[in-house]
Design a protein around this ligand. Sequence first.
Ligand code: GLN
Length: 272
Amino acid sequence: MPTIRQAVEQAAKRIDRFEAKLLLAHCLGVGRTYLITHDRDELETSVWQRYQDCVRQRAENVPVPYICGQQEFFGRPFKVTPDVLIPRPDTETLIEFVLSAYPKDKSFTLLDMGTGSGCIAVTLALENPLFKVCATDVSEKALEIASQNARNLKADVNFYLGSWFEAIPQGHIFDIIVSNPPYIHRDDEHLKNLTYEPILALTDGFDGLKCIEHLISHAPSFLNSNGRLVLEHGWDQGAAVRKIFEDQDCWNAIQTLKDLGGNDRVTTACLR
Ligand code: GLN
């Protein structure tokens, strides 16, 4: 059997070297520094076979988080499968904003719509234990992953199955509604590089603004007075999303926030 070093060398001919190391660390169940300190250790047959299978998948463009079954978000490991979108660092902009906008000495009710892996709902529930968090998804399989993540990370989140506001039990209203909805334009050239992720989580099949419009127009019935809607969107959708808010008379304090890359990423507004 090859040594750790030889296995990485061989894999690095087919896939990115850094990813080759990540995948081997995953197969061995160790951290990446272990690979350096044990580089002459010979691999067991079962590990070598598993590793070759991972490398083959990566060579076929399966994203690393789907191969490893995990992606870190806001410093915590989230289980992911092809039934959920892989959490992106962009979404941390939404998290940071919500945490900064609400004091930690008062309880607020919060709803995450289209939660996918649950990364937003679970992170907010853990970062501010005074948030009472609910989350929805139209996909039963996604909701199963989200509730597993909540369980594994010990977050208290109530989950509801259904399409957008149809999922919400009668009479429930919230202080804060957040969402990272499918916002990619159906003709966006990046979509063809995202073939392993659930298409329903990526695009509305139109201009990328249909779900955002739906959320902005229906949210007022599910928000308390002064309630807030916080939406993630594409880098080029800031002006369009602000316009959708402005076209409805009920919103004020409309504001777009930039992600770490300096792009428009999140737009928020408060109910008058
Ligand atoms: N941020 C993701 C991407 O651009 C898309 C997520 C979404 O549509 N909600 O790949």
